[in-house]
Design a protein. Structure first.
Length: 141
C-alpha cells in the first residue's frame, strides 16, 4: 500500500484541526497515592482516571504506568512498558477504550449484578436440573 502526498497533506490538515479543537497534554504521571493516571493539559485542566477503567491499562501494575510519554502532537499518551496508548480527544469525550471494549465492560457489570429476581430465577432453573444439555446431532450415516 502506497501513501500519496495528497493523503499525507490531508492527514496533516486533520491533525491541525484536532490540535485547534482540543487542548494538548503538557505532562503525564501516575499518582500512586490515589492510583490514578494524571494528565495536565495546556489549558491547566488536569484529568485523572483509574487505569482499571482504560483499555490497555486495566491489568497494569503501578510500575508499568511510570515513564508514560506524550506524543509529538500532544494529543496522545503512550505507555511504553504496556505498548498502550490514550488519545486525548477521545478521553475528553469520555471514552477510555474502543466501543467493543466498553460494551464488554458494561456487560461484566450487568452480569455481576445480583437481584432477588435473578436469584429466584437461578434457583428455579436449578430445581429443573440446571442448564439444559446441548443436543448432539447424529451424524448422517
Amino acid at each position: 500500500m502506497t501513501i500519496t502526498d495528497k493523503e499525507i497533506a490531508a492527514a496533516n490538515q486533520r491533525g491541525v484541526g484536532k490540535k485547534a479543537a482540543f487542548p494538548v497534554a503538557v505532562s503525564v504521571r501516575y499518582d500512586r497515592r490515589v492510583s490514578r493516571v494524571v494528565i495536565t493539559l495546556a489549558t491547566g485542566l488536569e484529568l485523572a482516571f483509574s487505569p482499571k477503567h482504560a483499555q490497555g491499562l486495566e491489568h497494569a501494575h503501578p510500575a508499568d504506568l511510570t515513564g508514560a510519554e506524550i506524543s509529538p502532537s500532544g494529543l496522545g499518551i503512550h505507555f511504553p512498558r504496556l505498548d498502550a496508548d490514550i488519545y486525548i480527544p477521545a478521553l475528553l469525550e469520555g471514552f477510555l477504550g474502543s466501543k467493543r471494549w466498553i460494551a464488554a465492560q458494561i456487560g461484566k457489570i450487568g452480569g455481576a449484578n445480583k437481584s432477588a429476581a435473578k436469584t429466584a430465577a437461578a434457583r428455579a432453573n436449578g430445581k429443573l436440573g440446571g442448564r439444559p444439555k446441548k443436543k448432539k446431532e447424529l451424524a448422517a450415516a
